[in-house]
Design a protein. Structure first.
Length: 126
């Protein structure tokens, strides 16, 4: 004897689960928002001698994510030297990017959590 099971709302569940998969595959907006959070913090921690390094810190977003960069287009002072230091130049690293990431870690995680939670709430069954 064969019993048949009918699942009500299966098509709706499949459609909304597909939407969830698409949302989780494309977190570019969330990554851009997270990068913006880090930019402000990194600018606050950056060395302030001329302000050029601070002014060079920016977020760059792409379809696959976002990055925070410093020093693009400036010759001196070198962003990596200020971050990590230089024995040869007797410069102690300030670790401004690391401090920014550590100080805003919870805010960045919250940004992703909210985005994922919003997407998950869209899943519907029957």
């Amino acid at each position: 004897m064969t019993e048949h099971v009918r699942v009500r709302g299966l098509d709706n569940l499949q459609r909304t689960m597909g939407n969830l998969a698409d949302d989780l595959d494309d977190l570019a907006d969330t990554s851009a928002a997270a990068a913006d959070i880090l930019v402000g913090s990194a600018q606050g921690y950056a060395p302030r001698r001329t302000g050029r390094l601070r002014g060079s810190i920016e977020a760059k977003s792409t379809r696959t994510g976002a990055t925070v960069t410093a020093g693009v287009g400036i010759v001196s002072p070198y962003p990596a030297v200020h971050e990590y230091g230089s024995r040869r130049r007797h410069i102690t690293g300030s670790h401004y990017m690391r401090k920014a990431a550590e100080s805003k870690e919870r805010a960045v995680v919250n940004e992703y959590e909210q985005s994922v939670d919003k997407s998950v709430r869209q899943v519907k069954g029957a």
